[in-house]
Design a protein around this ligand. Structure first.
Ligand code: F6P
Length: 412
């Protein structure tokens, strides 16, 4: 039996491989004979104003598919839109389901993180109460690696590879003058320290790695931080320190909120975290009187498709493909998860998991993977992370720069 019409959306913060999941979905749906494969523009938020495209009119050739795999950020655009509770406001649901009916959708796939899985849960609950026969499947994605029930998430490996790489470069740069200097690098991840920990990957035979890392799982104390920096400076001139954007003090206040940055809050109640490194490097310069720099990796760490992990790309495609197959087989209200069967050789399998166990939950970095002083990671983290950053997928270069698949529908 041919697959019915499919619609796919991308939601939340983008990654370097989120479009590989889109490719996986597109290819699997095409192979299963889906007549129409639509893409929401800007996720469910765009759907509410009838914004969608027919993907077959945009992904035309094998070259387009190859380019899409190498195109960073969300090809379909994204949103941070929280569906209201149906008992408070049904209008959004009525609008979405009217459009799904008009497009004769039978399979709804959403590539996203824990907030986006909230959307899958709400829409599938609504469909169930109204006896609407549409399957809703989640495809995992987030650089933060904070989705529960899965070994890791597509997007994390590529960001970790980028962070490990740039730390090697930043550390080398710090040594050139031989004077006292402190570089503080701010890394995304919100309340989970997986990505900050991945700065440690730069510790190799040709690089000492960061001098300290500070993850959001551990309350941050400014005065012991300054003491630690001062002590370390007695034996080393150039220090490079990794800090999470989500560092909080013992009272639960984000360190970045201590600065004068305006803090924006999204519809899920997440604060936009920026300025931690800037605040701390200013503090070090004032209190310790040495040269400092702050580097905020910001969006660079989630859209660096030029140094993408091929393992990550392959797994993102796999997750997309498995979601389509599961949906075709009648699964709904589930997300694809990875289970690590073996680490050496590295081997994972994909499974499905009840969305209720995943939506709105956060997986933190295990504290037992931190060293006793809680400023570095133990070998368990390296063992976990290294397989995820293996191999590359070279960009297709044109005129000396990587070529991406252009979506003119988003450029307005
Ligand atoms: O979704 C992951 C993430 O990249 C977080 O690490 C970060 O805090 C957040 O997105 C930033 O989101 P935005 O780009 O919407 O400000």
């Amino acid at each position: 039996m041919k697959m019915g019409n499919v619609i796919v959306g991308q939601s939340g913060g983008p990654t370097a491989v989120i479009n590989s999941s889109l490719v996986g979905i597109f290819q699997a749906a095409r192979e299963l004979g889906a007549t129409k494969i639509y893409g929401m523009l800007h996720g469910v938020e765009g759907l509410l104003s009838d914004k969608y495209i027919d993907l077959s009119e945009h992904i035309l050739t094998e070259l387009d598919e190859e380019l899409l795999k190498r195109t960073p950020s969300s090809y379909l655009g994204s949103c941070r839109y929280k569906l209201p509770d149906v008992k408070d406001d049904e209008k959004a649901y009525i609008n979405i389901f009217n459009l799904l009916k008009k497009l004769e959708i039978e399979h709804f796939l959403y590539i996203g993180g824990n907030d986006s899985m909230d959307t899958i849960q709400k829409l599938s609950d609504y469909a169930k109460t109204k006896n609407i026969n549409i399957s809703f499947m989640g495809v995992p994605k987030t650089i933060d690696n904070d989705l529960v029930m899965t070994d890791h998430t597509p997007g994390f490996g590529s960001s970790a590879k980028y962070i490990g790489t740039v730390f090697k470069e930043i550390i080398r740069d710090g040594y050139v003058y031989g004077n006292k200097n402190v570089t503080i690098v701010e890394i995304m991840g919100r309340n989970a320290g997986w990505l900050t920990a991945s700065a440690s990957l730069s510790r190799m035979s040709d690089c000492p790695g960061p001098d300290m890392i500070f993850v959001p799982e551990i309350p941050f104390d400014i005065s012991s931080f300054l003491t630690k920096v001062e002590d370390t400076q007695k034996r080393k001139s150039s220090l490079v320190i990794a800090v999470s954007e989500g560092l909080k003090d013992k009272d639960g206040r984000y360190i970045c909120e201590l600065s004068e940055h305006v803090v924006f809050t999204d519809s899920f109640g997440h604060k936009s975290l920026t300025g931690t490194a800037d605040f701390l490097s200013d503090m070090v310069a004032r209190k310790l009187g040495c040269k400092t720099r702050s580097i905020e990796l910001s969006t660079l760490q989630r859209c660096a498709s030029h140094i993408v992990s091929r393992t990550d790309i392959n797994e993102a495609i796999l997750a997309g493909g498995h979601a389509v197959k599961a949906s075709y087989e009648g699964h709904s209200a589930e997300m694809i998860i990875f289970e690590r069967i073996s680490n050496d050789p590295y081997h994972i399998i994909t499974k499905t998991c009840d969305i209720k166990l995943i939506a709105n939950k956060e997986k933190k970095l295990p504290l037992e993977w931190l060293t006793d002083d809680r400023m570095f990671v133990k070998k368990e983290f390296f063992t976990y992370c290294r397989p995820l950053i293996q191999s590359e997928l070279n960009p297709i270069m044109v005129g000396g720069l990587p070529l991406h698949l252009y979506n003119e529908e988003l450029m307005f």
